[in-house]
Structures are given as C-alpha cells and as structure tokens.
Design a binder for this molecule. Sequence first.
Ligand code: PEP
Ligand code: MG
Length: 575
Amino acid sequence: MSNPAPIQGLPAAPGVAIGPLWIHWPDEVVVERAQARDADDEWRRILASIEQSRQQLNELRDMAEAKVGAEEAAIFEAHLMFLEDEEFISTIRQSVFSDRLTAEAGVEVAVAKYAEMLLALEDEYFRARAADLKDVGQRLMRNAGGGGSGARRALTQPSIIVADDLSPSETIQFERQFVLGICTMRGGPTSHVAILSRGLGVPAVVSAQVTLDASLDGVLAVLDGETGTLTIDPDGETIGAAQTRRAKWLSTRARAQSVAHEPAVTRDGARVEVVANIGNQRDAIAAMDNGAEGVGLFRTEFLFMDRASLPTEVEQIEAYGEIARILAGRPLVARMLDIGGDKPVPYLDIEHEDNPFLGWRAIRMLDRREDIYLTQFRALLRAGAETPDFKCDLRIMLPMVSTMLEIERGRELFERAQAQLRAEGLPFAEQTQFGIMVEVPSAALMAREFASQVDFFSIGTNDLTQYTLAVDRGNAKVASLASPYHPAVLRLIKMTIDAAHEHGKWCGLCGELGGDALAAPVLLGLGLDEFSMSPSAIPALKAAVRERSRTDCVEIARRALSLATTRQVIDYLSV
Ligand code: PEP
Ligand code: MG
C-alpha cells in the first residue's frame, strides 16, 4: 500500500480521525433563464423566498446555538442582516422591474454587484462579508425555485469531510454522528468552520493543499487536528499509529470529563480558578455542566445585536439577572459592550471605517455614548441584586482599554451609576469589583500604573496578539502569524500579571490561549490566577493543570520567555 507524504494544512480543532474521505462539492444554483415574462410574478417569488430564507436562518441560528453555542450562532445573524439590508433588497427589485430579470437572475446580479463593492474595500472584514453574502444569495435563489437543494448528496456513513470551503450552514447541518473530521482548502484557525468544529468537538484542518477529485471519495485517510495534516491512503503503520493517538485522545477526553467538576489543583497544591467565556444563558448552563467555577468573560454583545433598537435598562436587567441566577453566587465577570466598526449594529449609526479594529470600537464608542455606558452599568449592578437566595459575586470590566483616561472615565461612570441607584433607593450589588481587559499593548506596558486604579485585570490574548503582531485576527492570509506563543505576546502577559500582583490585585486571562492546554504550564508559571475559556475546553484544561507542579512551571515559563521565536516556544512546550 502506498503512503504518500501527509498534506500539510493548519491545525484548527484537536483530535485524530481515521475514515473514508467524503468530498463535499459546492451546491451552487445555476441560473437557467435570465429574462422574465412577468415582473410581478418574479417579485412575488423573491418576497416569498426572503421570508422562507429568514425562517431557515432563524432555525439554523437556533440549531447552532443548541449544538455549539451563542457566539457561533452569531454567524447566522450576519446572514439575516443581509435580508434586512434595504439597499440590497432594492437592488434585487431593480433587476426585476427595470432589467426584467427572473427572480434567480435578479438575485444573482444583485449579489454580484454587492459582493464586488465589498471586495473592492480590501478590508478583510468586508471580504469575509462577501462570502457570507454569496451564501445568502445561494439560499435566496434556491428558495425562489432555482433548484439545488433536492439534489444534494447526503452524508450517510462516518467520514472525513473534504471541501474547498464550508459555509457555516453547511457545517452545522451535517449529522454529527457521521462527521469524523473536517478538512478544508481555505480558511484560517479563526474561520467559521474552525470555530464550529472546535465547538462540536470534531478534529479539523484548514488551508490544506488538497486537490478535490471525485476519485478521492471513499478513500481511507488519517486527519490529525493537532499537527494540521491529512494523510490520504495511509499504510498500515500510519494507520496503527493514528489509532493509538485517536484512542489516547478519546480516553484523555473521557477521563477529563469525568473529573471536570473537581477543582484544578497542581501537584504541589496551588489552586487556580477555571472559569468560562459565555455569550448568553445557554452558554452559562453549558459552562456549569462542564465544571466551570464561574464566568471569566460574559460577552454582553448578544443583547445588543439582531434587533432594531437599544435594549432598555429593564430588558438588560432581565437578561443579566438570568445569568446571575444560573451562576448561583459563583464569580461573574461581565464585560461592558464591545461593539464597533467590525460588528455593524444598524441602530448605532456606525460608519464604515477603513480599519475597524483600530477604530471606533468598544470603550471608544461607550466613551461617546454616555447613555449606553451608564445604562449598562446600572443594569448590571441592579441585576447583581436580583438573586435574593445568594449573593452575586459580580465583577465588571471595560474592553479594549488603551489609556488611563478611559479607566478614570469608566470608574467615574461606574460610581455615578451606584450613587444614582442609592439615591433612587434601588437595590444593587454593592461589592462589585471594577476591572479592565488588557488586550492592547499600551495597557500591558502601562499595567503598573493601571493596576493601582482597578480591582483586577483580564488579559484578552486574541486582541493582544492581533495588536502586538500587527496581524488582522480575521485574515486567513496572515493567520499563521497570529500566534499568542510569540515571545513578544508572552512577555506582555508576564508584565501584566506581575503588575497586578505588585498591587495585590488578581489577574485572569480570557483569550483563546486560556483554554489551550499547551500554554497552561507557562501561564501557571507566570502566576496567572484565573483561566477563562469556552465551556467545552474546561475539562481538558483542568486535567492539564493537575499534571503540573507550579514550581516546575516557573522554570518552564522562564525558559519559554527567553526564547526568540514562536516556533521555538511551541517546540519547547510540545516535548
Ligand atoms: C480577546 O480579545 O482575547 C477577548 C477575549 O475578547 P474578544 O475575543 O471578545 O475580542
Ligand atoms: Mg478582545
């Protein structure tokens, strides 16, 4: 049997899969007739298709939320927003009434025009939206009667799916029991398909140089989500080694799951807090099920997206209060609204920006919208008092802080909200801590000064990596550069933890790195107090902590931080 060299891609979700390949061919609708006979008929078909698409996307969003989580489900919100985009819809209308095109051709032309406009912006965020738009366009054409859906080949046996790319709707709709692994030719470790695979617990490799060929269908392969490789038609030895690795991966996972509710204590008795990143109530429940000791990052954005106007104070209290009740007195770190140029919210009038990640985002937006800022502080503080049976351990933090002025202003409003509530005689969580995220290099460099003004820090390594290395976190072309293992990022993490401890404050970490078992020894060695991560990563991280002694980790961290390259750090930690 042949044993060709493994095809190298980028690791996107851990685990090993062995099984037949299943080629996923794009399910594109081909427009057969462009000229319409009756424009009114065509327009009626489009309106019906929009309605049907809206229902399907709502269902997909719910399915994603149930199978994976709220953050991942937000991908479908972006699709729904195109259906609300008046300019897009009126472009379709024009194609039907002025150019006399059929419903399918009208959608195709409108999508092409819009996508061209988005792609011309040369901003990775908008380029990614163009791919979403294409996905929406295909759905609209299919629902208008353009065919395609009935002819789709079903996945009927456990397989490794290979595709040029997978849209979020395609990824979520496969029957989980038949998905052994996923390999795509496009995408980076932070692309939709990678995020969904991690949430589903399916090993995945992206950006793999595979040539899609029908003859590959059914051929046995080994996919390794740790090394980012796909080996097609492996020999017996390779299969044997992969079986051993797969069995080890599965048993380690099962073992970690069985003790997920035990605390994470190192061999030499140091206990660290292991908490969850959540986006809504369902995530909070998943966090508790996976052994989270609290919440280290509650992304409050979900309440502000997918709606036509700002949520009121009462609506916010209700949503936050529900989370506080699920946590039943465990620590709850809520982050103030992190919204801006990269996450369009129609009612906030956020203008297009050439560099949204460097623009009017998060705290910068809040600073100019005192109404939103103060209302959210009030709502969080009041929600903390909505739990009469236990005391809510609430902590509130500001996102994307880069200057002292932002902290001073934040604290002033935080205290003003409390003074107002006191004056109004309304109960609120009086012991609430006030902290900031450290996710901009200037905040890490100024951590000493900032530490004196706050109760805690939480390091956001996703943004800290992007801003330190000047790598757009959503751009697949530079994805391989965006590593939090870069010594520069690790040194900023150390500066932040040290500064917090010098001032007697605690320091957590809530970027993706927090849930990465490979990084655990370094973070333990640096003295991190709290690890926050997606709920599904908790059991394995706790297991990784239990395997180590903090004293040994101090030396591991010292060595790792003395290295000069990302590769050296990863190689050093991998042995
Ligand atoms: C981060 O930047 O690391 C972080 C946790 O925040 P977000 O991913 O929501 O930007
Ligand atoms: Mg961030």
